[in-house]
Design a protein around this ligand. Structure first.
Ligand SMILES: C[S@@+](CC[C@H](N)C(=O)[O-])C[C@H]1O[C@@H](n2cnc3c(N)ncnc32)[C@H](O)[C@@H]1O
Length: 371
């Protein structure tokens, strides 16, 4: 869905916007750099600030007094909104429980329009001994103008419950927009291939990809004031956006720049090419869509629907050619045999009443469905 009145971004490609470089990471304090801008640069801002919970960064001290952190949060959010964000832009902020309420109120004060308060439920959280383990973060999603913003629904669609649970042919082939609680994305653990070694807290690229696909278009500028290991910028580059970041630590800037150099955009090749970015996008869709390969095989209409979702994602990143269902099926089979597909998790108990048992798969309330 493209709302009316949207201005095209991307005109700043390769340019330098008053000290914040486009398609680069600028080392320094985001507030000062943002306050130096005299025109907005960003179609989408994603910010994952330090949460003020005592994390060990190399130069930033992550344990401030409440008033100091609160005032600083308002300052950087104001600088993002008033100096960097275009009139048609969207802003997302990740934050922990400790300051989620404050961030929500600051967003209100700045005149932003809240579209979703997403809960990212992650797996592989830390164990606790005396209370329930924390396994979520808050993702606030605002727009400046509720009548003019980008929301690319097709680029984020997944199977509906009707498709996933009952394989019902009458369900919309286009699937559905995901719910506002996201349970498909694990934290980036130390053992994951994706993990960089130079930064202590790295967001998964799959989460950022969903946000960027939904809230920006090819050629738009995606800005991250707290670039860290460069996750937002890597996802933006992969998806054919222009990108810009600021980061306090010179060491993190060096590491993130190295990471960015390795990133190949999805549109560097057409389809069917099955380059690493195309394969990765397929793995992510598989994890998010929530239907196992055996069911895709048994129900060709589900495979067709899955193929549409995959092609929409690639089109959103500037790939003009399309994959066919057979291409997609063959690659999924290869990945399955190589154990490179995520386990599909059933995240809620099955209803005790409802359609006949023969229509239900799996039959009983279950935590994990594995092949
Ligand atoms: C939570 S981490 C961001 C992680 C990032 N989302 C990723 O996936 O790698 C926060 C980052 O903000 C940086 N930082 C702290 N204060 C800053 C400031 N005033 N300006 C720019 N960066 C800052 C820290 O050095 C740290 O790398």
């Amino acid at each position: 869905m493209r709302k009316r009145g949207r201005l095209r971004g991307g005109s700043t490609c390769g340019a330098e916007a008053m000290g914040i470089k486009i398609n680069d990471i600028t080392q320094g304090d985001c507030v000062k750099l943002l306050e130096g801008l005299d025109e907005p640069i960003a179609d989408l801002i994603f910010a994952d600030p330090p949460f003020n919970i005592g994390y060990k960064y190399d130069v930033y001290e992550d344990r401030k007094a409440y008033d100091e952190y609160h005032a600083w949060t308002e300052r950087w959010m104001r600088a993002c909104v008033e100096r960097a964000l275009k009139r048609t832009g969207s802003m997302w902020v990740a934050i922990g429980d400790e300051y989620a309420a404050e961030v929500k109120l600051i967003g209100d004060k700045l005149g932003l329009h809240l579209r979703n308060w997403v809960i990212w439920h992650y797996t592989f959280g830390q164990n606790t001994r005396k209370k329930f383990a924390r396994s979520h973060a808050h993702l606030f999603y605002w727009v400046r103008d509720p009548a003019a913003f980008t929301f690319n629904d097709k680029a984020v669609r997944v199977f509906s419950d009707r498709q996933r649970e009952y394989h019902d042919r009458r369900a919309s082939r286009a699937g559905k927009i995901p719910d506002d609680s996201w349970w498909e994305f694990p934290r980036v653990c130390g053992t994951f291939d994706e993990r960089v070694q130079f930064h202590p807290c790295q967001m998964p690229e799959s989460v950022l990809s969903r946000i960027i696909r939904a809230s920006s278009s090819c050629g738009d500028v995606v800005f991250d004031p707290f670039a860290g290991s460069g996750t937002t910028l890597a996802a933006a580059k992969r998806l054919g956006r222009d990108w810009a970041g600021t980061e306090l630590s010179a060491e993190y800037v060096r590491g993130a720049r190295r990471r960015l150099q390795e990133v190949e955009p999805l549109a560097a090749t057409g389809a069917p090419a099955w380059t690493e970015p195309h394969v990765r996008e397929l793995q992510w869709l598989y994890a998010e869509a929530g239907v196992r390969t055996d069911l895709l095989y048994e129900h060709p209409h589900l495979l067709e629907s899955f193929t549409d979702m995959f092609n929409w994602r690639l089109a959103n990143a500037g790939v003009d050619d399309r994959y066919g269902p057979q291409d997609v099926w063959d690659r999924l089979e290869t990945l399955r045999k190589e154990a490179r597909l995520a386990r599909i998790r059933v995240h809620a108990a099955e209803p005790t009443t409802g359609p006949p048992r023969t229509l239900r798969e799996p039959l009983f309330a279950t935590i994990r469905a594995e092949r």
